[in-house]
Design a protein around this ligand. Structure first.
Ligand code: 5AD
Ligand code: SF4
Length: 470
């Protein structure tokens, strides 16, 4: 049997796309392998968001070229595919810089992979079109989605933040029709998925056509998805503060299946920098928005993205970011040094922040965020939280699951509980996971407070939703 090795870099959308490419190649008779040296087809699903991510791809391609040569000597040809956002951004240039590459395919055309592989037998091919057809119509159904599955509902971005390549690599915002999403959700639930994470580059800008012909908001879509039999948990990512509308905030209040966890990137706490970033909101608007979300769902935990060292950022701007973090309280966060990206407006600005200043600011911000993350995790110890049991754990007798707040939990439990939500008493918080045991039947699950800075007792969530808990 022919074998395919598919490796993904970057965001969750790429992870999702990579898994769909595995499905697609499966239909063409390829078995997935984790050993690159035995693969007849190697796909790198690349990320262009920061320079480091893009450069990683070229070093990997250098190693693959050597491997391809060795396999060729043994009479085994290898086809190397560069997919994803570097493919979209650099197109044909990749063939010049990395001569081992056979196929370059962008994120909107990967459903054409079988045809491209066929064409690559005679010549190198590049497909970075934004085709008219819907790629989702051309992808096979997922056979084993797992307990927690991603579902793309929206792609692309119209926000044009001054630092970001996404509007160029992923194109304009396109929302999938609600009926398609519902049908796919029902299929996934039927195949065993219990949690769905709706994904999109700007997912809360979702405005797909509803069955009534009118556009549906993400809030409305979530209401409908909450009624899909078998689905116990819903999440969505990644959002823009400007698109947190009333319907979505109300969904956090009204839908027990919508997990009390919100990833809402703010990037900076300085109004001057937010304006230069073209974020279209200021720091106080973000603060007020968080207040409204917390009023709707007191136990919500927050996560965010931050960039330090954007051109022109002063010590005072950086201090404003630290202040916003201290006041808000985040359960987790991603933070990055600004990386100038070709073709973006910010890359043209002259007032770059020196590398050592960027490094120091990032360390300071990450210290603060890490302290908040650990405090949030420690707050779970001694409490009973609802855990979705996802897969066998690290050691025999353990099952790995997730809390409502996306915390990884290792539970002493019977693997028969996989696929159910179980009340778990948290005994210990490690560096990256919580550890616990199944709570006695009838124990009410109570969530930890909504972030280290949140005051007051947390609202109770409904008891475990599945009857089959171990
Ligand atoms: N430099 C550094 N970080 C960036 N991000 C996006 N573009 C850049 C860039 N040029 C970060 C933002 C975004 C996350 C996905 O990546 O914080 O929210
Ligand atoms: Fe990039 Fe997000 Fe801004 Fe869109 S909203 S341009 S994806 S950072």
């Amino acid at each position: 049997m022919k074998k395919a090795f598919v490796k993904s870099y970057g965001c969750q959308m790429n992870v999702y796309d990579a898994s769909r490419m595995v499905d697609l190649l499966g239909r063409e008779g390829f078995a997935e392998t984790g050993a690159v040296e035995e693969a007849d087809v190697v796909v790198l699903n690349t990320c262009h968001i920061r320079e480091k991510a893009a450069e990683k791809v070229y070093s990997e391609l250098g190693r693959l070229r050597v491997l391809k040569g060795e396999r060729a000597e043994a009479g085994r040809p290898t086809t190397i595919v560069v997919a994803g956002c570097v493919a979209q951004a650099e197109g044909r240039e990749i063939l010049a810089r990395a001569p081992g590459v056979d196929v370059v395919v962008g994120p909107q055309s990967y459903h054409r992979l079988p045809r491209l592989l066929e064409a690559a037998a005679s010549a190198k091919v590049v497909d970075t079109e934004f085709p008219l057809e819907d790629k989702f119509d051309h992808l096979p159904a997922r056979r084993t989605p797992g307990v927690s599955a991603f579902l793309t509902v929206q792609e692309g971005c119209d926000k044009f933040c001054a630092f970001c390549v996404v509007p160029y690599t992923r194109g304009a915002e396109v929302s999938r029709p609600a009926a398609r999403i519902l049908a796919e959700a029902e299929r996934l639930a039927g195949a065993g998925a219990r949690e769905l994470t709706l994904i999109g580059q700007n997912v809360n800008a979702y405005h797909g056509e509803g069955p009534d012909g009118a556009p549906w908001s993400l809030g409305r879509l979530l209401h409908r998805l909450a009624a899909v039999p078998g689905l116990l948990r819903l999440r969505y990512t990644t959002s823009h503060p400007r698109d947190m509308d009333d319907a979505l905030i109300a969904a956090h209040r009204d839908l027990p299946a919508l997990m009390p966890y919100l990833h809402l990137p703010v990037q900076s706490g300085s109004d001057r920098i937010l304006a230069a970033m073209n974020r279209r909101h200021d720091a106080d608007t973000y603060r007020r928005l968080i207040d409204r979300v917390r009023a709707a769902r007191a136990d919500i935990a927050l996560s965010s993205d931050f960039i330090v060292g954007f051109p022109g950022e002063t010590d005072a701007d950086h201090a404003a970011t630290l202040r916003l973090v201290e006041e808000t309280g985040f359960a987790s966060a991603y933070s990055f040094k600004y990386s100038p990206r070709p073709g973006t407006p910010a890359a043209e600005s002259g007032d770059a922040v020196p590398e050592d200043v960027k490094r120091a600011r990032l360390a300071e911000l990450q210290d603060l965020l890490e302290g908040q993350r650990q405090a949030f995790n420690r707050a779970a110890v001694g409490r009973t939280v609802e855990v979705l049991m996802e897969k066998p754990g690290r050691h025999p007798g353990q099952v790995a699951g997730k809390s409502p707040y996306l915390q990884a939990v290792q539970v002493e439990a019977d693997p028969a509980a996989i696929g159910t939500v179980v009340p778990v008493r948290i005994l210990r918080a490690g560096a990256n996971s919580l550890f616990g045991e199944v709570a006695a039947a009838g124990t009410a699950a109570a969530p930890p407070p909504g972030g280290p800075a949140a005051a007051g007792p947390a609202a109770a969530t409904p008891a475990a939703a599945t009857p089959a808990a171990a």
